[in-house]
Design a protein around this ligand. Structure first.
Ligand code: FES
Length: 169
């Protein structure tokens, strides 16, 4: 459960410029707040920590508390800095009965981190999530925006190793 915006991202002038440029889209596309925040995450630490939220709030006029409510509700956005790759294992029932537990154990072993943790090199964050909408091809995981389906422990380990080697970007 996310409790509050964290304060761990240094906002350099260059980074602030990028955040402002993306956040300004809100004035033309107010219904695209999720897309805008996801795009901002791509230039921050894969998160919307407090410093970033302050900039977004200033540019969009959305109160910081309302932004926090949005950020804390959706699993795709986080107030806490995360790895370059956020790996989410679906833990909903269809994936659970088709082997999600064994797949997750394989990912944990390959990455050497537990759910909720980020690897020491800052590249990988591991999380659980709810249904990804591909139950017919379960078990499934999400790596940033990419869904991987029909996983086995072996296929999951190979996939994660590909990311670790940089063979997938
Ligand atoms: S339950 Fe896992 S994708 Fe639907």
């Amino acid at each position: 459960m996310k409790t509050e915006f964290t304060a761990q991202t240094e906002i350099t002038p260059q980074l602030e410029k990028k955040i402002v440029a993306i956040a300004e889209r809100y004035h033309k596309e107010p219904h695209q707040l999720m897309r805008i925040l996801l795009d901002i995450q791509k230039v921050t630490s894969n998160a919307i920590p407090r410093e970033v939220a302050i900039v977004v709030s200033r540019v969009t006029g959305i109160p910081e508390a309302k932004l926090y409510g949005f950020v804390s509700f959706y699993a795709m956005i986080s107030p806490a800095p995360r790895g370059k790759y956020v790996i989410r294992m679906c833990e909903s029932a269809p994936c659970h009965v088709t082997g999600a537990v064994a797949v997750m154990e394989s990912i944990i072993k390959t990455l050497g981190i537990q759910p909720g943790e980020t690897s020491r090199d800052g590249r990988f964050t591991l999380e659980y999530c709810q249904c990804l909408g591909v139950c017919e091809s379960s078990p499934a995981i999400l790596v940033n925006d990419m869904i991987y389906k029909n996983l086995t422990p072996g296929r999951a380990a190979t996939l994660i190793e590909d990311y670790m080697r940089g063979d997938v970007s």
